[in-house]
Design a protein around this ligand. Sequence first.
Ligand code: ZN
Length: 420
Amino acid sequence: MCRTCHWLTSGAVRRFLEGEQCAKMELTGWVKNYGWGRKGISSAVAQLAMANDPDFRLNEEETYAEMWMGTHVCGVSVVKETGETLDRVLKKDLSYLFKVLSINKALSIQVHPNKCEAERLHKERPDIYKDPNHKPELAIALTPFLALVGFMSAEDIRDYIDEFQPLSKLIGKEAVDQLHDSTDAESVKWCYEKLMKTEESVIAKCISEIAKDYQKELKSNDLLEVFTKVNKDFPGDVGVLSLFFLNLIRLQPGQAIYLGANEIHAYLDGDCVECMACSDNVIRAGLTPKYKDVDQLLESVIFESSYKDRKEFIPYRIDGQVQVYIPPVTDFAVINVNIEHSLESYKLEIQAFGSIMIVLKGSRILKLKTQQGDKEILVTRGSIVYIPVEAAPEIEFAKSDDCDEDFSGYIATSNYFRVP
Ligand SMILES: [Zn+2]
């Protein structure tokens, strides 16, 4: 019997499996140690990697930022049994890329190009834009999660600029007057462009004046904590002043945000599950030591305001156990499965697309059809399983004897929930 797979050890199943290869379904994710990740065991990524792989060696001084699950060339998953990469086994790429993120330090202010722009950018600058695909993305909070998403209304931005005079001075009378005359996307664009194109030393001076003289105003707008955090993460960076332009979103576990092409955003703090089209194209303009492409960001970004209460992305509830996050693109959807420990069995209908599941909590016996016949796998926290096309039309989560914890997992799949 395969050493690394968590197969059942009951007599009947053991006899069934003896001498037979394990199905190539259990995966190891690809861990990324970016500097913004949480350190050591405090990182959800490190915790899941340890639970997934007995050979994973934790370094308490190391940051663990992302775990990638899928076939993207920059971090392809590995089949546990054989050590082969998933793309080689499948002989194709999946349409989505699935991740867990654990954020300590703010991520860059960014947008993702649409398909057409991605093709052009990849052709012109393949060293920066690594693939020709768009990258709509969905983030589902696992812990309280903080992010900047989309521009505030022009009125709110105008009020902030008026209240924080060093910012008003930096942007300049002409652009600020224009914003007062007409509170529209064009005026916001002018002000934001002025900000993004200001010399670094002037930006840093403006931030330090606000930090010194505007504590009361930051506090009354509920911005003090986040202003201090972002300024600590990237001292004097232009991204700190983006707090006066972008919606500050606070998500509770299970709440989600969806970012379409060219919607500006920056994740600031917390853990999440993230799913996106299979791409790594990012246009960055602040809060990053990486290459900033300010001109491209200003050309691509949507300046129209998106109101806070519209930004939470609501999943569609199928029943008491399952809800589905269905974005407006065909590349991906995310199924969230929560099963009470007392429930003997739950059958989930799925369609014939290869899916990837990560287990966050509890334990179940996953029963599914594969090319090698019916299989049963004990899945526990940290398990990552590729659910093959042959598993359709349903997989079963049966009760595992030794577990009295509720089960929770996320499944990334192609978006067959939407009629194109
Ligand atoms: Zn993004």
